[in-house]
Design a protein around this ligand. Structure first.
Ligand SMILES: C[S@@+](CC[C@H](N)C(=O)[O-])C[C@H]1O[C@@H](n2cnc3c(N)ncnc32)[C@H](O)[C@@H]1O
Length: 230
């Protein structure tokens, strides 16, 4: 594998452009991306093992499929928070939760998740699917440090992301070529999720490689160690 094949591609679009694109995509998102992503999202959620009464944050919740499952899992005693840069994604998620009678358990914010407007140690678990790879490389450690801050000791992080670990697969090369050509639209790009999460000080509890019609993705579950171990 050449060094170029190992390099994570930069994010070229601005946050304003990300918001604009996801606002435009929100009515159609489930038809094209949802089909590819559903299985791995659900598997990651299962591994995150959310239980009744927990307080959970989802970052980049999109049209709210996982948000709904998380809200069901925490039950009446729990609380779910979500942050997404797209106001139309938020509106779609709100409709989904209202339809399911779950809206009163949720609190959604429309903003750049890097702002992380939550207090320290607030959450039992933080979940994010196909969103960590939308942050530019210098932002990924910042994002993970903020997730660590808002998790309680022993709290869990669950991430699904496109994986760069099989950097020489032909399909990955083709996908990255598309990302270079259409960086505003094909904005997810493969990253080293497990290594980034470990470097941010989490203990890796579970890792699974899954395939999205030829594109490798990783499910990674980690925990925030208690203070006496850090
Ligand atoms: C590829 S979609 C994934 C949606 C959902 N998690 C799923 O798996 O179906 C990425 C989501 O992250 C949101 N997003 C992109 N950049 C963001 C940012 N900087 N802060 C918060 N949300 C962001 C988008 O609006 C979109 O809803």
């Amino acid at each position: 594998m050449s060094s170029d094949a190992r390099t994570v591609l930069p994010v070229i679009r601005t946050k304003a452009q990300a918001k604009e694109i996801y606002d435009k995509m929100s009515p159609f998102y489930d038809y094209f991306a949802g089909v590819f992503e559903r299985k791995s999202r659900n598997e990651a959620l299962k591994r995150l093992n959310i239980s009744r009464g927990e307080t959970v944050l989802e970052i980049g919740f999109g049209t709210g499929h996982c948000l709904k499952q998380i809200t069901e899992a925490v039950g009446h005693e729990g609380r779910v928070y979500g942050i997404d840069i797209s106001s139309r994604m938020l509106a779609a998620s709100r409709r989904r939760l209202e339809k399911a009678g779950l809206w009163s358990r949720a609190e959604l914010t429309c903003d750049d998740a890097l702002k992380m407007p939550y207090t320290d140690s607030k959450f039992d678990a933080v979940f994010s699917s196909f969103t960590l790879e939308l942050f530019d490389s210098p932002e990924i450690p910042q994002m993970l440090a903020k997730i660590r801050r808002v998790l309680r000791p022993n709290g869990r992080i669950g991430v699904v992301s496109l994986s760069k670990e099989d950097g020489d697969s032909r399909f990955l090369t083709l996908y990255e070529w598309l990302h270079r050509k259409l960086p505003r639209y094909i904005d997810c790009r493969p990253i080293y999720a497990e290594r980034s999460i470990e470097d941010a000080g989490f203990e890796i509890q579970y890792k699974e490689r899954v395939g999205l019609f030829g594109l490798p993705a990783d499910i990674v579950i980690g925990t925030k160690p208690p203070p006496y171990l850090t």
